[in-house]
Design a binder for this molecule. Structure first.
Ligand SMILES: [Zn+2]
Length: 83
């Protein structure tokens, strides 16, 4: 019983920390181009192409932030407003 409570507490703390980090830094470097916005073609390694994954920005929205944006969109579309 005590172990279950501790595990839940740790999970909550980790979740809160992750949420906070998503608010502070909503973007992370793109995994494909490592934030350089260009990546090398597999067939021709000398050729550098604009990264399609991040649309040449070098940044990707983090998973938590994407969930947050989707939740906000749903709220807006259904006309539910926070007071
Ligand atoms: Zn990229």
């Amino acid at each position: 019983m005590r172990g279950t409570l501790t595990a839940t507490g740790i999970a909550l703390v980790v979740l809160a920390g992750y949420t906070l980090s998503c608010i502070i830094r909503p973007f992370r470097d793109c995994w494909l181009c490592k934030g350089k916005a260009h990546h090398r073609s597999k067939r021709n390694p000398k050729l550098s192409r604009p990264c399609r994954w991040c649309r040449s920005s070098g940044k990707r929205l983090r998973f938590g932030r994407r969930l947050w944006n989707r939740a906000r969109r749903v709220h807006r579309d259904t006309g539910v407003t926070a007071r």
